[in-house]
Design a protein around this ligand. Structure first.
Ligand code: FAD
Length: 302
């Protein structure tokens, strides 16, 4: 059996595997797609100590670093079931059952897509999901935030400090965000809020140039010129496969303590799949290291 089996090969999983392997214990890593969300990222400017890099380049470095150690890498394999017996068992989609004394879950998350024409086409060409990451690319420009929940309104407040103008699109007649955030949003002079509107299409030529939307009460279709669209309609953790085996929040995020431990002894979690409030590469790497040290601590005590 493994001492530490990491499920997920993004920044959290890579970091956890390296920290575990450096303790000289048997470490494996299972990844559906090594690199995770970073593979889909163009420019990265907030990975501290590296002024600028690109997703695939960072993934290549991660892989090179992981391969420095005797880590058993099982890429292109998807975990489908976890069960705690004497050891923790993880069954893969291909039928194999892996056994380990500890498991670190780092299966990440994915942004919920709007699913309208133009969204996929203009991804990284004006369509963005992370204001902390891509906000500065829209300095002085007109951007949209789609979604009026807490993350949408936080994003709009954040972007209003950088962009020239921010227009918020909310499908329902009222925004769902906390009142204090809405008050703050309404106090900003360069923000417009459109409620009861449905985004129909993100338009553009080689990059985004606007949004076509339906005013739901008048049934009129309108178009607004703008240069960027931040989609903020939710982040979905890749944790469905766990069912009830591990405690999760109502959003599906795995609940962890400050050592990365879940409610199941020997099962730890790190990165975007957990209830950690902020989801970033550097934060995932830190929490992967933290969970690996938590797992090591558990191993020497059990
Ligand atoms: P992920 O990167 O999501 O990795 C999850 C891993 O688990 C993958 O290997 C996946 O294949 C695997 N997996 C999932 N389910 C299973 C399963 N059942 N079995 C086996 N493996 C599984 N952050 C920044 O700090 N700076 C940026 O500039 C930045 N830009 C971004 C741009 C985009 C377009 C996106 C989508 C995200 C961006 N982020 C950025 C956020 C950052 O990518 C994430 O916070 C980070 O990748 C989370 O790391 P993670 O390891 O927790 O999860």
């Amino acid at each position: 059996p493994f001492d530490v089996l990491v499920i997920g090969g993004g920044p959290a999983g890579a970091s956890a595997a390296i920290y575990a392997a450096r303790k000289g214990i048997r470490t494996g890593i299972v990844a559906e797609r090594f690199g995770g969300q970073v593979m889909d990222t163009l420019g990265i400017e907030n990975f501290i100590s590296v002024k600028y890099t690109e997703g695939p380049k960072l993934v290549a470095s991660l892989e090179e670093h992981v391969k420095e150690y005797g880590i058993d890498i099982m890429n292109l394999q998807r975990a489908k079931r976890l069960e705690k017996k004497e050891l923790v068992e993880v069954e893969l989609e291909n039928g194999a059952v892996l056994k380990s004394k500890t498991v670190i879950l780092s299966t990440g998350a994915r942004w919920r897509n709007l699913g309208v024409p133009g969204e996929a086409e203009f991804k990284n060409k004006g369509v963005a999901y992370c204001p902390h990451c891509d906000g500065p690319l829209f300095e002085g420009k007109h951007v949209a935030v789609v979604g009026g929940g807490n993350s949408g309104v936080e994003a709009a407040i954040d972007l209003a400090g950088i962009a020239g103008h921010v227009t918020v699109f909310e499908f329902m007649p009222e925004m769902k965000a906390d009142a204090v955030l809405q008050d703050r949003l309404h106090s900003l002079s360069n923000v417009t809020v459109l409620t009861n509107v449905q985004v129909k299409e993100i338009t553009g030529d080689d990059k985004v140039n606007g949004i076509a939307y339906l005013e739901r009460d008048t049934e009129a279709t309108k178009h607004i010129d703008l240069q960027g669209v931040f989609v903020q309609i939710g982040l979905v953790p890749n944790t469905d496969w766990l069912g009830d085996t591990v405690e999760r929040t109502r959003f599906g995020e795995i609940v962890v303590d400050n050592r990365g431990a879940t409610n199941v002894p020997g099962v730890f979690a790190a990165g975007d799949c957990t209830n950690s409030p902020y989801k970033q590469i550097i934060i995932s790497m830190g929490s992967g290291a933290n969970a690996a040290l938590g797992a090591f601590d558990y191993l020497i005590r059990n």
